[in-house]
Design a protein around this ligand. Structure first.
Ligand code: IMP
Length: 442
């Protein structure tokens, strides 16, 4: 069917936005199927830098219809802010944005709950993005407290219902946290009215839309948010987000069967990063980690937090590849490693006298892991202007090929700089990616 998915192989922030952006010319629809405004995609077009959170990265392309699927949790105020930001910069998505009537709304009380629960840390402090993601998904599962876009359009009692929910939330917050966090039902009702006025024309049955698109031979690109290691079932639980972040989430989050998607392109950086709390098996809490952070500008798109940095973890990446049914690796930020005397790759974990070749489920075991790191000679050359794999320094090529061997999938795309044009495409992915320089004119 020719549909594809781009998703993260790590803990988010792998550079998926750039990959989606490059593939867009070959696709008619780009679909977000999970997460919410916790995600942050940075796309550089020419000298312009776009930071998107809820809008699919594909929306920057005038020929693409951007879809926010049923599995996404949408902060409507943030979405409107993002739309306004694009319009100010001359990009009006207009009728090209479609929002599933089955998607849920993140409301201010979700964000308050996220902050209060993190502050109180009654359980483990997750280090969330404070965007209300966990509380919104929890309400979705709890059902009676959840609000969907269909309700915004069709439920004439919605405002009354929300006022009642706020009353319940207030009781709950005071009981658990000793304060109501500034809950304001009038402001929330106003937010909902604004969301209806502004977004109503974009809300529709996107499941039907995608099935019709498929019948008509249109090509669909699914855009995963966050990363497989943050997956609610398969990630480093409980230090994860609350959705299904890999291609397995497509069925749940968009209403089309996951098996439609043959090409599953997983994005990974040439090293590893993580924001928030939780195990990070190859973390470098030393000057080498600081050097990677500075060279790679590793600060969060969504929260601005400095990212924790470490060596590439081939064990975690292979695990994510297995969960996701990976077909291709998109290896980003190779240029960041230029100038290191040697570059490390984690090939196995040690816990006590045991060697592990996959990520264990138990968080206590994860926290005891000592990585076994193999070092390869580094390269000093700046690689940002390289466009063909064979022109990379030999040590950089050896590094990429070692990753392919350890993970068991081909590296089909290599990022050598932030710009669209600073990319090496390999193998048959070349036929899917249009002319990069022409795309850069958009
Ligand atoms: P939440 O998704 O805001 O609940 O945060 C849960 C965990 O996932 C925290 O450690 C966040 O920092 C992390 N997280 C969520 N989304 C992203 C992302 O897009 N990039 C990086 N980390 C993320």
């Amino acid at each position: 069917m020719g549909h594809a998915c781009v998703f993260g192989l790590g803990w988010g922030d792998e550079g998926k936005g750039k990959v989606v952006d490059l593939l867009c010319p070959a696709f008619d629809y780009v679909v977000r199927f999970n997460g919410g405004a916790n995600a942050g995609h940075t796309v550089c077009v020419g000298d312009r830098r776009f930071a998107l959170h809820l809008l699919p990265a594909g929306i920057l392309h005038p020929s693409v219809t951007g879809v926010i699927g049923a599995g996404v949790v949408v902060d409507s105020a943030k979405l409107i802010e993002e739309l306004d930001g694009l319009i100010e910069r001359g990009i009006d998505p207009g009728g090209r944005l479609k929002i599933s009537d089955r998607a849920h709304l993140v409301l201010p009380y979700h964000k308050i709950e996220d902050q209060l629960s993190e502050k109180a840390a009654l359980g483990k402090k997750i280090g969330t993005t404070a965007r209300g993601i966990g509380p919104c998904y929890a309400d979705k599962m709890r059902r009676t407290w959840a609000i969907r876009f269909a309700d915004l359009l069709h439920d004439s009692t919605l405002i009354d219902r929300v006022v009642r929910i706020v009353e319940q939330k207030r009781k709950m917050f005071i009981a658990l946290y000793g304060e109501d966090g500034g809950l304001d039902e009038v402001a929330i009702a106003e937010d909902l009215r604004r969301a209806k006025n502004r977004l109503a024309s974009s809300i529709c049955d996107t499941t039907l839309l995608l099935h019709i698109a498929n019948q008509d031979g249109r090509k669909i690109l699914f855009e995963g948010a966050n990363g497989v290691l943050l997956d609610v079932d398969h990630g480093t639980y409980p230090f994860v987000t609350s959705s299904s972040t890999g291609p397995h989430g497509i069925g749940v989050g968009s209403g089309v069967p996951s098996h439609w998607v043959g090409r599953r392109i997983g994005a990974a950086k040439a090293y590893a990063t993580r924001v928030g709390s939780g195990p990070f098996m190859t973390e470098l809490s030393d000057t080498t980690g600081d050097r990677i952070r500075d060279a790679g500008h590793e600060f969060g798109t969504t929260t601005g937090r400095p990212r924790r940095c470490g060596w590439f973890d081939a064990v975690a990446c292979r695990y994510a590849a297995q969960v996701a049914g990976l077909t291709d690796i998109a290896l980003l930020h190779l240029d960041t490693l230029s100038g290191f005397d040697e570059v490390g790759l984690c090939t196995a974990y040690r816990v006590g006298d045991q060697t592990l070749r996959t990520i264990p489920a138990g968080i206590t075991t994860c926290e005891q892991i000592k990585p076994l790191v193999e070092f390869l000679p580094g390269w000093s050359e700046d690689v940002q202007e390289v466009r063909v794999f064979a022109d990379l320094p030999k040590n950089a090529r050896d590094y990429v090929e070692r990753i392919e061997t350890l993970v068991g999938s081909p590296v089909s795309l290599i990022g050598v700089g932030p710009k669209r044009s600073q990319t090496i495409i390999r193998g048959d992915l070349k036929s899917m990616v249009g002319d990069i320089e022409i795309a850069a004119q958009i």
